[in-house]
Design a protein. Structure first.
Lengths: 186, 67
């Protein structure tokens, strides 16, 4: 399906310009269900993309063709997780988006595997890593910028090359991205 | 089909689901999906990758019927 392939190529392209190690890439997976749904994932095991800092970005974007909306390509789920190890036991942060969340958590959220400095505050669900902080829609471009600008991950191309590219692709994403309220309606 | 596109077989998907569900949640893939469908799976977004993998199966796959 051309739309799936184009999306995969775009993800690969922005990662190649920026934080992905030379031997990295993303795959498009289909299964017995057919070609109306596919997962774009990092092509190392457990959906990992190798980064220039020796760490990993776990990437998963599930896409589907919406038959009731003219066959438009839409995102069902996205997941971007910065992690130190292959098995994701040492993860740092994760941005999730679920078009149809099955629980009370915000459809778009970030989780941070850290510790609260203020010990008098105890989240209801235990450690900080289990707190789902609501966010707006976060695309891959925002995660790349976060890793570069805030975590010091080096890029394959200079800023004057990748910044304009990410600006164009992120603006295009934000123009059409579905936005959700921060929890169930009832 | 380009080398950057793969079509996973049912067996391969089931193998990955079983491995992931047991190592990360200590349960079978069938139980994980059953709990998800009943709305009793805690923090499903933590296993969103497994749920996305299961979505590649046909809707009438026996794994879902069992769930």
């Amino acid at each position: 399906m051309p739309a799936f392939d184009a999306f995969r190529e775009l993800v690969h392209f922005v990662l190649s310009l920026t934080i992905m190690r030379e031997d990295g890439g993303v795959l498009l997976q289909h299964g017995p269900r057919g070609f109306d749904l596919g997962n774009i994932v990092g092509w190392f095991g457990n959906d990992r993309v190798p980064l220039t800092d020796g760490r990993w970005l776990r990437v998963l974007v599930q896409l589907y063709l919406d038959a009731v909306d003219g066959g438009k390509l839409k995102v069902e789920t996205s997941l971007f997780q910065y992690q130190l190890d292959e098995d994701a036991e040492c993860w740092v942060f994760r941005y999730d988006y679920l078009r149809n969340p099955a629980d009370q958590h915000p459809a778009s959220h970030v989780q941070i595997r850290g510790t609260l400095t203020e010990t008098a505050v105890v989240p209801v669900r235990g450690p900080l890593s289990r707190v789902h902080f609501p966010t707006g829609r976060i695309g891959l471009e925002a995660v790349i910028r976060l890793l570069v600008e805030q975590f010091g991950v080096s890029t394959n191309e200079p800023p004057e090359v990748w910044r304009p590219v990410l600006a164009v692709t992120e603006m295009a994403f934000l123009r059409i991205a579905r936005r959700s309220i921060s929890g169930p309606q009832a | 089909m380009s080398p950057t596109t793969v079509q996973l077989s049912r067996d391969e998907i089931l193998r990955r689901l079983e491995t992931g569900a047991r190592s990360r949640r200590g349960m079978s893939a069938g139980e994980l999906l059953a709990r998800y469908r009943k709305g009793t799976l805690e923090d499903p977004c933590d296993v969103a990758d497994l749920l996305a993998l299961a979505d590649l199966l046909r809707a009438d796959d026996p794994l879902f019927v069992a769930a």
